[in-house]
Design a protein around this ligand. Structure first.
Ligand code: ADP
Ligand code: MG
Length: 585
């Protein structure tokens, strides 16, 4: 064909393909999920665009996905009548990596190859997963609303290149045919096995709200012999399963979140999570509610077990899937969650939002704000219920959560003033007397000394530095517990949190520390005397340090060390300065 054009894959795609085919064979099954999910996305896109332009349906309004197996040709084909692609779309969508997350993933991977099997799932290799099981993939597609002769055939063996050529295709949508590798056409690993494909669809894609169909099979008895028509002979007659021309729907096609939570098994929740999150691990926990208020919506929110690798990068994609009356509207609707809850996955379905809602519109909508507040509140309540539970399983879950996401939650202290107190209750730290990193402000308060008027803390780069800080000496001597904060975000967060449950929070490295009643009269007198006797030394130091020190003072906070540096009240500490520098400020 003179119109056949050869293209090479973008370098990143080639790299990804290599990884997919070399490291994902133990997860070969996932291609079914990926291709079904793409077909479903394509139908969602049509449904979405079709709300403004009826003609796109081309008098075929029954959106569906079909899976056909051809044992002789050793192929399996996924067909949909969704939005479809033209030639330019195919080159763009199937030849480049549009998602920055995938790039980040590739970078990460060379560092820690070990985890690749786990990591790869987080980014959803999508379409390319087909090459785990296929030595050739052929995609035939025609875009909704375009003429039949504007179809495209895209073919690749998944190594360096692909070809495209124009075709005529009457039926709108896409057919993706995988020519299976030898190791996947026989025995247990065979994907020519109809029952196996059906099982995989049920496992991964039951919630897809479109019918997924396969050819119907019926039991056909051997044609009975005229001469032996006794009942016995009939019963023992053999037969076989034969395929018919009829199609049957093999999935339940009911969106999981629309069902009542009492009727949903944990396993279904877990499968659904894996389906929407690309996480191969089960979630840590979840919450599923129908919210009735000013805005009515269903929320199904999951907390993952592990933080994604890109949790702290700026490009990090986050947000929930948004549906309006079960019609998929968008992925990663970040307006539905505050930033500090960006690790939460899930689905929001609201009948109160318009179908043609855009990201811009979401930003301004009061209804969306109310959904976001509701989501934040629900997650914080869920976390509090784990943290405060008597049940050791739940406590363990909270500890697991905190180890992965504790630092992100701290951002909320500054970001979400309305929930500041709720968030502060979830924070946990090591202290000068407790090695475990699970002391809450409440625990601390319960252990405070008689007469202690503040919660004391210190920030440092790491635990060892915090523990050995000279600032701690007096507190150690007096047996006063001090919270040790060692995360980069702690100091920033503490700018917003000045008290907990009416007890002021005080950084012992900042300004003057007044221990109040914890210091007896004799000590105070001694301090005053020291100030006098040491005056000549102080003056000398001031002169010697000149501009480099703002002030030199006699302090009672040291026991063993001769001197220490202190940051003035309301000034930036060394850690804070370092953090701002790293952020490029
Ligand atoms: P993702 O689904 O995360 O975007 P994929 O690798 O699964 O990534 O698919 C890449 C792109 O190819 C999709 O975004 C879509 O534009 C296109 N595509 C894949 N399958 C289909 C399909 N069945 N119909 C229309 N477009 C498709
Ligand atoms: Mg996909």
């Amino acid at each position: 064909n003179p119109e056949l054009k050869k293209h090479t894959f973008e370098a990143e795609v080639a790299q990804l393909l290599h990884l997919v085919t070399h490291s994902l064979y133990s997860n070969a099954d996932i291609f079914v999920r990926e291709l079904v999910s793409n077909a479903s996305d394509a139908c969602d896109k049509l449904r979405f665009e079709g709300t403004n332009d009826d003609s796109l349906y081309e008098s075929d309004g029954e959106l569906k996905i079909r899976i056909a197996i051809d044992e002789d040709a050793k192929t399996i084909t996924f067909t949909d009548n969704g939005i479809g692609m033209n030639e330019a779309d195919a080159i763009e969508n199937l030849g480049t990596i549009a998602k920055s997350g995938t790039k980040a993933f590739l970078d990460k991977l060379s560092e820690s190859q070990k985890q690749e099997g786990q990591l790869i799932g987080q980014f959803g290799v999508g379409f390319y997963s087909g090459f785990i099981v296929a030595d050739t993939i052929s995609v035939e597609s025609r875009k909704a609303g375009e003429p039949a002769d504007k179809g495209v055939r895209w073919v690749s063996d998944g190594t360096g290149s692909f070809t495209v050529e124009p075709i005529t295709k009457d039926a709108r949508g896409t057919a993706i045919t995988l020519h299976l590798k030898e190791e996947y056409v026989e025995g247990e690993d065979s994907y020519l096995d109809r029952a196996k494909i059906k099982r995989l669809v049920n496992k991964y894609s039951d919630h897809i709200s479109l019918p997924i169909q396969m050819r119907k099979e019926v039991w056909q008895e051997d044609v009975a012999d005229d001469e032996t028509d006794s009942a016995d002979a009939q019963a023992s007659a053999g037969g076989e399963m034969v395929l018919t021309d009829e199609w049957e729907t093999i999935n339940k096609a009911s969106a999981l979140w629309t069902r009542s939570s009492s009727e949903i098994e944990d396993e279904e929740y877990v499968d659904f999570y894996k389906n929407i999150s690309y996480d191969m691990d089960a979630p840590l926990t979840w919450t599923h509610n129908r919210v009735e208020g000013r805005v009515q919506y269903t929320q199904l929110l999951y907390i993952p077990k592990k933080a994604p690798v890109d949790l702290y990068t700026r490009e990090q994609q986050h947000g929930l899937k948004l549906y309006v009356k079960r019609v998929f509207i968008m992925d990663e609707a970040e307006q539905l969650l505050p930033m500090y809850l960006r690790f939460v996955k899930g689905v929001i379905d609201s009948a109160d939002l318009p179908l043609n809602v855009s990201r811009e519109l979401l930003q301004e909508s009061r209804d969306v704000k109310s959904i976001r507040d509701g989501n934040a509140r629900r997650i914080l309540t869920l976390l509090a219920s784990l943290a405060n539970s008597e049940d050791s399983d739940k406590q363990e879950k909270f500890a697991q959560f905190y180890a992965e996401f504790g630092d992100v939650i701290k951002e909320g202290v500054g970001e979400d003033m309305g929930n500041q107190e709720r968030i502060a209750k979830l924070l946990r730290y090591a202290t000068s007397t407790q090695d475990s990193v699970m002391t809450s402000f409440e625990d601390y308060k319960a252990r405070m000394k008689d007469g202690q008027k503040a919660i004391y803390y210190i920030t440092a780069d790491n635990l060892a530095a915090a523990k050995n800080s000279p600032q701690l000496e007096l507190f150690k001597k007096k047996g006063i517990e001090v919270i040790l904060m060692t995360s980069r975000v702690d100091e920033w967060a503490m700018n917003f949190l000045t008290s907990f449950d009416e007890t002021p929070l005080q950084n012992i490295a900042k300004g003057a520390v007044d221990l109040g009643d914890l210091q007896d009269e004799a000590e105070k007198a001694e301090a005053e005397k020291a100030e006098e006797t040491m005056k000549p030394v102080v003056d000398k130091l001031k002169a010697a340090l000149g501009e480099r020190a703002k002030d030199v003072k006699v302090s009672t906070r040291l026991v063993d060390s001769p001197a220490c540096l202190v940051v003035g009240e309301g000034e930036l500490s060394p850690q804070m300065i370092q953090m701002l520098q790293q952020m490029g400020q």
